[in-house]
Design a protein around this ligand. Structure first.
Ligand SMILES: NC(=O)C1=CN([C@@H]2O[C@H](COP(=O)(O)OP(=O)(O)OC[C@H]3O[C@@H](n4cnc5c(N)ncnc54)[C@H](O)[C@@H]3O)[C@@H](O)[C@H]2O)C=CC1
Ligand SMILES: O=C(O)[C@@H]1CCC=N1
Length: 264
């Protein structure tokens, strides 16, 4: 089985890193192409995969091809590889805004496509990926896609119209979470805590809280109430966050994010 990546940047690196770490595909069975030599060398050094500057070589040699360039370069990359793609190969896309019907139009022939939205926590095996498939994708392809995407985290098939919501809630959200961790660490530093220790305390608190939501099955509000003692410290922090529009800021930010995805 050969897995190919067209574009070997951040997201491709996170996916291949996650897959190699899990051991389901050997590095020598992975090939990646990139127009940037630095981009190619980075993944070759980090993960030991084969690299080339030839997108068509990747398309011709791989059973599964991940299109991992920015959405703006999708049309160009597809135009380069479309005559190398056969009906048996599986194309996996990871770009926001590029719908199955748009992708089919670009290929201009029947191609098996699984459209996905992953996120960078794939790198540490804790990704969250949504997927949807076109009419040419077989049950076997679906099962394989679940195995492959499941190698670096959780994966769920969703109706295609939910992909823009997925971009906001998991594709892009690691960035807001990192911002939140950084802000909490800044506040801890302001209280006198050393910087590195502050990152660890903030990140572990976010990690543990996320785990509580996933493992207890309790409503997040119930878990929040468990932290807020009457007349205590936490409710004062919650009051200030609400006063500053924290919840609304998150909702508005995610709406803006989904809108960009819809209109790409
Ligand atoms: N970074 C993230 O957190 C996530 C990114 N994505 C999607 O993943 C895709 C890649 O994003 P990133 O990895 O963040 O971008 P990136 O900029 O890190 O990587 C893209 C790579 O594609 C290369 N490239 C550009 N044109 C090319 C071409 N014609 N042929 C071959 N290589 C070419 C660039 O040199 C670069 O190394 C995008 O569609 C993005 O929307 C999806 C989910 C999360
Ligand atoms: O910012 C972006 O466009 C990509 C898509 C999801 C995460 N990063």
């Amino acid at each position: 089985m050969k897995l190919g990546f067209i574009g070997t940047g951040n997201m491709a690196g996170a996916i291949m890193g996650g897959i190699i770490r899990k051991g389901i595909i050997k590095p020598e069975e992975i090939i990646g192409s990139d127009i940037s030599e630095a981009g190619r060398e980075k993944v070759r050094e980090l993960y030991g995969i084969c690299v080339t500057d030839d997108n068509r070589k990747v398309a011709a040699e791989s059973e599964v091809i991940v299109l991992s360039v920015k959405p703006q370069f999708y049309a160009e990359a597809i135009a380069q590889i479309r005559d190398c793609i056969s009906e048996e190969q599986l194309v996996i896309t990871i770009a926001p805004g590029k719908t199955l019907s748009w992708l089919e139009e670009q290929f201009g022939k029947p191609v098996r496509i699984v459209r996905t939205m992953p996120n960078t926590p794939a790198l540490v095996g804790e990704g969250m990926t949504a997927a949807c498939a076109n009419q040419y994708v077989t049950e076997e392809n679906r099962a394989y896609a679940l195995e492959l995407l499941g190698a670096f985290g959780k994966v769920e098939f969703v109706p295609e119209h939910l992909i823009d919501a997925v971009v906001a809630v998991s594709g892009s959200s690691p960035a807001y979470v990192f911002l939140f961790i950084e802000a909490m660490a800044d506040a801890a530093v302001a209280e006198g805590m050393p910087r590195q220790q502050a990152y660890q305390f903030a990140a572990q608190a976010v990690y543990g809280s996320a785990k509580m939501v996933l493992e207890t099955g309790k409503h997040p509000a119930e878990l929040k109430d468990m932290v807020c003692s009457p007349a205590g410290t936490t409710i004062e922090a919650v009051r200030v966050l609400e006063e500053k529009g924290f919840r609304s800021a998150v909702i508005e930010a995610m709406k803006a994010c989904a809108d960009v995805s819809r209109n790409l």
